[in-house]
Design a protein around this ligand. Structure first.
Ligand SMILES: *[C@@H]1O[C@H](CO)[C@@H](O)[C@H](O)[C@H]1NC(C)=O
Length: 493
């Protein structure tokens, strides 16, 4: 029995399969095909939100998803990136692995941080219909549109030199289309939105109907009113008279819309993993890092230090690997995984909560384990004393991938947070030596084996991706609109 929505196959097993299959999406597909080489540039560094499907061409659920996914891509054209990565392709495996992909298809929404930095990556676990996907992605589009009200009008107009545009509208919400325009012109033209009830603003620009888009090119130039079709293309062209949009807007298919050239590599990547790419790209590419070295995990040796670093009411998240002996095989594996992860995050200059190694002979740690009812030889926990929660790493295997997906879940604030029992912080403060000897003698090496993983668990491989038993997910295969779903319009102001 496999999970009904996963083509349950361990990524690790893929190497056993023939690698030269064609991807699921053709070159004409509206779905952007991304690989290990251009992921960073097209997705991770985009100002646009993306949804990325990690798939294998032989996977039945992936094939079933295709019509809905292509429809979502059409609906989101110009608003977000709808991308797919073929994890069967040898060259993409490091990327799929580093994204914690454990079954197919895996859908992730990648939302850029405003102002740069690492994007947020969340699993998409909603329905696999075009409309559900579109809605989920639309909700995650960053909003750079400034709300303009009468009382803030002067401030908005403050810098006379800087180009701006205001959409006057009867709506109180900002459309995905206007958000996408603001993303295109982020840092170039400030985009505002004013409601019809903002009488002073409406009067200032002599607006008589709604919606009306007014461009203030900056300097002495007069305001210009847009009179074209209220579609993205026309609007972008109109605004371009005051400044060029950012170069990378959501790209389609194989990235033909993309003005940059080195895209071509994506077409060839499968046949040649050594395809030359621009140097900057290779250097900044984070995903496929196969860890070559590791950062040692600092040890906390005294109960006082444990309190100071992690257990005061001001303490932020700490990850503690509490081990009976760091020479123990399991402990070595756990600490090794954390070291590699620490290194990887340090390399990509990502700020991550600290990891510490704590010996069970540290009485503070023993007391902590006891109050959390943890009895394993090796226990990894995340604890946030300030917010009063903790999380337990309860997978049986302390391998790199498994630990990494657990850490990622914490970063994304996913998964189960448990409430810290009363008095943990206080107990530790008042009586750091209150450890009871049972805490360590009760330890059973098997305690963690029974733990259930919070992550998708690879089950038996299903190499043929038998589409027949998947039929429930997609019943119709008509060519015109195979999804049979109603249209969702987000291409209006
Ligand atoms: C993203 O937006 C910033 C302004 O916030 C801009 O400087 C940068 O060029 C944009 N990047 C892309 C890839 O469009």
């Amino acid at each position: 029995m496999h999970h009904p929505t996963l083509c349950a196959v361990a990524v690790a097993l893929l190497s056993a399969l023939p690698g030269a299959q064609a991807g699921l999406y053709t070159k004409k597909s509206p779905v952007l095909q991304v690989d290990g080489k251009n992921y960073e540039r097209l997705i991770a560094k985009s100002n646009y939100t993306s949804i990325v499907e990690f798939y294998a061409p032989w996977c039945g659920h992936c094939k079933n998803l295709k019509p809905a996914y292509e429809k979502a891509a059409k609906n989101l054209d110009g608003l977000a990136n709808v991308a797919a990565v073929d994890c069967d392709d040898e060259a993409n495996k490091p990327l799929c692995g580093s994204m914690g992909v454990q079954g197919f298809p895996t859908l992730k929404i990648v939302r850029p941080k405003k102002g740069g930095g690492k994007p947020m990556v969340q699993d998409y676990q909603g329905q696999r219909t075009a409309s559900a996907i579109v809605e989920a992605v639309v909700q995650q589009i960053n909003n750079y549109v400034v709300k303009v009200e009468d009382k803030s009008l002067d401030k908005f107009l403050g810098d006379k030199e800087a180009p701006k545009a205001i959409l006057f509208t009867e709506k109180g919400t900002t459309s995905a289309l206007l958000k996408s325009v603001a993303i295109d012109f982020a840092g170039v033209i400030t985009i505002g939105q004013a409601r019809n009830k903002e009488a002073k603003a409406v009067e200032t620009f002599g607006v008589e109907k709604f919606p009306t888009l007014v461009l203030l090119p900056g300097g002495d130039a007069d305001a210009v009113v847009y009179d074209g079709e209220l579609k993205k293309e026309g609007i972008v062209k109109f605004l371009s008279q005051a400044g060029q949009p950012n170069p990378v807007s959501p790209v389609k298919g194989n990235g033909k819309k993309n003005k940059e050239k080195n895209n071509k590599a994506s077409d060839k990547a499968s046949s040649s993993s050594a395809a030359p790419e621009s140097k900057t790209e290779t250097a900044t590419q984070e995903a496929p890092v196969i860890v070559e070295t590791a950062l040692p995990i600092p040890a906390i040796n005294s109960p006082e230090k444990l309190i100071k670093e992690c257990l005061t009411e001001k303490s932020h998240t700490c990850v503690l690997a509490i081990v009976s002996s760091s020479e123990d095989e399991k402990a070595k594996k756990a600490l090794g995984s954390l070291s590699e992860l620490a290194f990887k995050h340090a390399q990509s200059k990502r700020n991550l909560f600290p990891f510490y190694e704590v010996s069970k002979s540290n009485e503070g740690a023993a007391a902590l384990l006891k109050s959390l009812d943890l009895v394993g030889d090796v226990e990894i926990i995340a604890i946030n004393a300030r917010r009063g929660w903790w999380r337990h790493y309860d997978a049986a295997d302390f391998g790199h991938e498994s630990v990494e997906s657990w850490i990622d879940a914490i970063r994304m604030s996913e998964g189960v947070k448990k409430k810290l029992p009363e008095g943990i912080v206080a107990i530790a403060v008042e009586e750091p030596t209150s450890a009871t000897p049972e805490a360590s003698s009760e330890a059973t090496p098997d305690a963690t084996e029974a733990g259930e993983s919070e992550e998708a668990t690879p089950v038996t491989p299903e190499a043929s991706g038998d589409a027949a038993d998947d039929s429930a997910e997609s019943t119709s295969t008509q060519a015109a609109d195979p999804t049979g779903e109603p249209e969702t319009a987000h291409d209006e102001l």
